[in-house]
Every structure is written in structure tokens, then in C-alpha cells.
Design a protein around this ligand. Sequence first.
Ligand SMILES: [Zn+2]
Length: 164
Amino acid sequence: MGEGTVLDTSALISWPLSELSGSMIVSSQVSELEKHSPTRADIIESLGLIISEPSIESLATISELAMETGDMTGISQTDLSLVALAHCRGATLVTDDYRMQNLAEILGMEWRGAIMDGISETWRWELKCIGCGTVYGSPESPSRNKRVLKECKNCGSVLKLRKK
Ligand SMILES: [Zn+2]
């Protein structure tokens, strides 16, 4: 069993204020919170949240795994950092994001959903062109925009994630 909890942004926004104290977040979530819930962002320091960052080793481990599973496609830098933070602190990861849950489950980490139950199996993704069927490798870094997948270099069709 690990110690402490690491909260993703959905938990940070939706959980009662009284339950946030003592949980860990990463600094990039503070600016996300300012966008989605400015009143919460204003009082973040008084809530007793611990703002931390993952070790470089942990971030490298999680990045490598995310490339291998295909979860790197569509994950944000913040989400990657949160999984890495929970990993290096031995903390429980609280998230409703399936990609983050998938990575945590494969690594045998403690995790729970913020509002929903979460995944019951792990998976590997591949990025495949819906036109010519070319399979692309996972990107080496998180995407800026979660929703935009690249176009096929061969035929210009849309790429879709499929379970391997
Ligand atoms: Zn194609």
C-alpha cells in the first residue's frame, strides 16, 4: 500500500473542498484550475494541497510505457506527470481518465476513479489509418490537443486509435 493520494484535475474540480487536504497535485494543474474553477484556484493554498513534481526517472518510466501501450496518443503532459508523481511517491492515483488508469494498472499501482468506477481491464492501442490501413507508432511526447489525431502521411485519411 502506498501513502497519500494524487488527484487528477477532474477530482480537483469535483471533490468536496474538505476532502482535498493533504492530496498531491502537480503545478501545471493550478493553471488548469484557474481556467475551470477560478474560485477554487484562488483558495488552493489554503486547502492544504501539496504541489509537487515527479522524479525525472519516474517520468521517463511512465513515458516509455505510454509509448509502448499507445496511451501517449492523446494524453496530456499534466496527466503523464500525475501518473509519474503517484508512481514515484507510492501514492494512490485518483483519476477518471482511462489512459491514466491503464498505465497505473499495468504498473500495479494503486488507483481509484474520481467519480466513476474505472476500467476493469488493461489494453494496448495502435494508431491506424481508416483509409489505407497503415499502422503508426506511438508519438514520443504528449499531445498539445487531446482531440486532434494526425492525418495519414500516405493517403491523408483520418487516423483512429484501435485496441490491439
Ligand atoms: Zn492512409
